[in-house]
Design a protein around this ligand. Structure first.
Ligand code: PMP
Length: 315
């Protein structure tokens, strides 16, 4: 179960406010038409117990602003400013546990009609505690969804567009109804795209393979990071189309993303992946990733924004 208790403070309409005051009208354009874009960022509690390590904050802020361009959003903030506001909000919330940060840029006017221009945009940010979103210590069971992944000429898949997540919800709902943990979605060409909220990797013959950014996927920041870690470990990497049948014969497979982290896949459509256990390349990448985000010695420390938590006086 994903917890959804909000941390005490949010950023809303240009100000830091108590999270329960960050509220919009039922007629809000984004609520009616899905005209919002969002980000998802993790802050990990460092092993020192008093620092939150935000993973690749500048990259997440940049992708958020990129997604916003699809909606012609106009805001008085650039990516650097959004990152600064997030750091300030982490300090105000002073968490001593792992968090998930959700920035949201949305069409805020109470305007009728699905369009993009001339509607006021706003930025809102809230935070929740977050542990595991999918299991990471035991392999998950996936199915190939009968829902196709939304394609670039329908809604840009490389943007995190709110309305497009109906597509993810349909796939995930079907998977859960059928007794699986999550779904893998094919694109309109019938090639593998990604999970409902995560990118997909497989391992074949010692090579780490993932779908290209032109396969109607979100250009995941975790995906990009793992490609870099694997290359540095000397693991051959391939970004290429993946056929459905490859899912049935690969040696390892995992989902990756901010929420999902690195979730090993034990079976797809009831067929075991490898021996059904966590594979060695998956385990190695998990080690590199978790050592980094928990603040252990790592060559990738530049990917962390470290925020020192000071408890408010009297807390
Ligand atoms: N694909 C989809 C559809 C997602 O929602 C996410 C989560 N943001 C990802 C992939 C993974 O992207 P990232 O690693 O940047 O979180």
């Amino acid at each position: 179960m994903v917890q959804s208790k909000l941390l005490p403070y949010a950023f809303f309409e240009g100000e830091f406010v108590p999270a329960d005051q960050a509220k919009v009208s039922i007629a809000t354009h984004a609520l009616q038409y899905g005209t919002g874009v969002f980000g998802g960022i993790r802050g990990y509690l460092d092993r020192d117990g008093e620092t939150i390590n935000i993973f690749r904050l500048p990259d997440h802020a940049r992708r958020l602003m990129q997604s916003a361009r699809f909606l012609r959003a106009e805001l008085p903030y650039d990516a650097d400013r959004v990152a600064e506001i997030i750091v300030e909000l982490v300090k105000r919330n002073a968490p001593t546990f792992d968090i998930y940060i959700r920035p949201f840029i949305y069409k805020a006017d109470l305007e009728l009609g699905p369009k993009l221009k001339g509607i006021r945009d706003e930025l809102a940010i809230y935070m929740i505690p977050l542990q595991e979103y999918l299991p990471i210590t035991h392999p998950i069971r996936l199915m190939v969804s009968s829902w196709r992944r939304v394609e670039d000429n329908i809604v840009p898949s490389r943007g995190k567009v709110s309305g497009a997540y109906i597509n993810s919800a349909l796939a995930r709902d079907q998977a859960e109804e059928c007794g699986f943990d999550d779904a893998i979605m094919l694109n309109a060409a019938g090639k593998v795209a990604e999970g409902s909220g995560a990118n997909l990797f497989i391992v074949r013959g010692g090579a780490l393979i993932t779908t290209p950014v032109t396969a109607d996927i979100l250009e995941g920041i975790t995906r990009r990071s793992l490609l870099e870690f694997a290359r540095d470990l000397g693991i051959p990497i391939e970004e290429r189309e993946i056929d459905r049948s490859e899912l049935y014969i690969c040696d390892e497979a995992f989902l990756c993303g901010t929420g999902v982290q690195i979730a090993p896949i034990g079976s797809i459509d009831g067929r075991p992946v490898g021996n059904g256990q966590i594979g060695p390349i998956t385990a190695r990448l998990q080690q590199v990733f978790f050592a980094l985000v928990r603040g252990e010695e790592s060559p990738y420390q530049h990917y962390l924004t470290r925020v020192k938590i000071e408890q408010p006086a009297g807390a």
